[in-house]
Design a protein around this ligand. Structure first.
Ligand SMILES: Nc1ncnc2c1ncn2[C@@H]1O[C@H](COP(=O)(O)OP(=O)(O)OP(=O)(O)O)[C@@H](O)[C@H]1O
Length: 308
């Protein structure tokens, strides 16, 4: 495991126990935020654009992106989330905004919605999801570029882009056309998911987008009754992949009913002082520090893309 990951985990562990460490945590957020605000915006009033991607569908990319966005916002980072998951927009559900539509004050640009401190735009706020799911290739890429361009984004420190799963034409086009500051890859430890996550890593390297890190979701299941741990999707597949390709691990998340329940009910997981909230905060701080350059970059190694 990377040293800085241990460091940030230690800091968060102390967050609720030690006032001195708590101050240090606040300082770490403040330093990274200040650093990011000093830069020239990459797009309109947005300081940084970060893609959240997965090779395989269903690994929890959208849920993780949403919870990281809420954790960032809760820490004072001006955060937006663009739901580009055209084939399954989940932002409306995760933020409890199902059925809401965006408005356009001037009939040209769209006013994004806002919930749990996060500025939100989703294809699901515009069209019936069934309509978007038939879009393919250039049509989908064009719609997503338009969604980004034609939204009235306020000043943001970070805009997370929840990408459609996979590494096909749409993902490649967006990666090439957008001024992306970095990418985060979400995977489960399962071999199938890891193989696809590897393709996502390869894609970002190919288009020279810095890999901020990897998040291993559904890493293990902790039985709420007996407390035993079960590695349902295998053991540490994401961590091994990260080590093999020298991609920093931002954190591991458990498979936990509370994550699914809160996502389905549109409530914020960072609300309250839950352990899960603290976990998402640790991961989002690591992400922010990678973005602001305060955590070391890993050496990059070439990955061969294969057709399988
Ligand atoms: N750590 C977790 N623990 C329990 N349930 C989870 C966790 N992460 C995600 N889920 C649940 O798994 C399902 C899939 O998650 P999600 O929609 O975020 O995946 P995805 O990778 O974005 O999928 P796709 O890209 O195919 O739309 C959802 O029902 C979500 O609530």
């Amino acid at each position: 495991m990377f040293n800085w990951l241990k460091k940030s985990a230690t800091v968060t562990a102390g967050k609720t126990q030690d006032a001195a460490i708590n101050v240090q945590v606040q300082d770490e957020w403040a330093a990274s935020i200040a650093n990011i605000r000093q830069r020239a915006p990459v797009f309109k009033q947005i300081q940084t654009l970060v893609m959240v991607a997965s090779g395989k569908g269903g690994v929890g990319k959208s849920t993780t992106a949403a919870n990281l966005a809420m954790a960032l916002a809760a820490a004072g980072v001006r955060t937006g989330l663009l739901d580009a998951d055209i084939y399954g927009p989940s932002v409306p559900t995760i933020f409890g905004l199902h059925g809401e539509k965006v408005t356009s004050p001037d009939n040209k640009l769209m006013q994004p919605l806002s919930k749990h401190g996060v500025v939100l735009q989703s294809i699901g706020f515009l069209v019936d999801p069934d309509q978007a799911s038939v879009w393919r290739g250039p049509m989908a890429s064009q719609a997503l570029l338009q969604l980004l361009n034609e939204t009235l984004w306020p000043e943001l420190d970070i805009l997370l882009i929840d990408m459609p799963p996979g590494t096909g034409d749409i993902q490649l086009t967006l990666s090439q056309k957008l001024p992306v500051s970095g990418a985060v890859v979400i995977t489960t430890p399962q071999d199938l998911a890891v193989a696809d996550a590897q393709k996502a890593i390869a894609m970002f390297r190919q288009v020279k987008i810095p890999l901020l890190g990897l998040v291993e979701n559904m890493s293990f299941y902790l039985c709420p009754r007996c407390g035993s741990q079960d590695d349902i999707f295998g053991t540490a597949g994401g961590l091994k992949l990260a080590e093999r390709y020298q991609v920093p691990v931002l954190g591991q998340l458990p498979l936990q009913g509370a994550i699914r329940i809160q996502a389905d009910s549109g409530t914020a997981i960072t609300a309250g002082d839950s352990q899960l909230g603290a976990l998402y905060q640790t991961i989002s701080l690591a992400l922010l520090q990678r973005l602001s350059g305060e955590l070391p970059e890993q050496a990059s190694v070439a990955i061969i893309i294969t057709d399988d």
